[in-house]
Ligand binder design. Structure first.
Ligand code: SAH
Length: 210
């Protein structure tokens, strides 16, 4: 089966859930999610479900990837910081929609495998680093967009500092698995405007290296 045939029903499902952003749907349509999964999960790659990626981590369900990507309002000028590379799937969806993605992962092994996938897919505008993402990437700041794909108790202050004025951060807030809110933050001259995008379930943002 071609990628189109496998991913088609998923795209339809995302549309039914209210995702209408054509650029985001196109990006999801072009990324072979099975390449980001271990062999025994590949058959489920195009289901709208979160799946294990090893080290007790998960790749988000495609609907959540889509919602977060839409909320970021990317342009081809955006310099994006991503915290929690994981499998690299969300990174691969972001990459064609922005200028460059800087991505940080605390598990060296996950990062190594994700980088191999970027290489295999010929994704050239991603720069990856092993580290504690809560500290951000000061050498590359400010970022027009920041996406955090692990749940934090609150917005990590160093990440907010590294967000450009007018920039957008999307982050799940709340560490209790059953009470996390996907939150969109727009940084203004004198503070921030916050929007609640709904309930989600992410693995926690953990301090330090794995
Ligand atoms: N976006 C990923 C899924 C992320 S799961 C994907 O598409 O596959 C959350 C990831 O965040 C895990 O890989 C976890 O190791 C990582 N993580 C958790 N805390 C972190 C931190 N402080 N800094 C960097 N990465 C972190």
């Amino acid at each position: 089966m071609s990628l189109d045939e496998r991913v088609g029903p998923l795209i339809l499902e995302l549309r039914q859930w209210g995702i209408t952003d054509k650029a985001v749907l196109d990006a999801i349509e072009r990324v072979p999610r099975d390449l980001f999964l271990a062999d025994h999960f590949k058959t489920r790659a195009y289901e709208n479900v979160a799946l294990p990626i090893g080290h007790h981590q998960t790749v988000s369900q495609p609907l959540v990837v889509a919602m977060m990507t839409v909320a970021l309002e990317l342009t081809d000028r955006s310099k994006v910081l991503e915290i929690g590379t994981g499998s690299g799937y969300q990174t691969a969806v972001l990459a064609p929609l922005c200028r460059r993605v800087y991505t940080i992962e605390r598990h060296r092994e996950l990062l190594r495998v994700a980088e191999e996938r970027f290489e295999a897919l010929n994704i050239r505008n991603v720069t990856a680093m092993a580290g504690d993402g809560s500290a951000g990437w000061p050498e590359q700041a400010p970022f027009e967009r920041i996406i955090v794909t692990a749940a934090a108790l609150d917005v990590p202050p160093l990440l907010f500092d590294q967000l450009a004025i007018g920039g957008i951060m999307v982050i799940p807030i709340g560490v209790d698995e059953h009470d996390q809110r996907l939150t969109k933050i727009v940084k203004t001259e004198d503070g921030a405007e916050t929007t609640d995008l709904g309930g989600v379930r992410f693995v926690p943002l953990v301090a330090g290296m794995a």
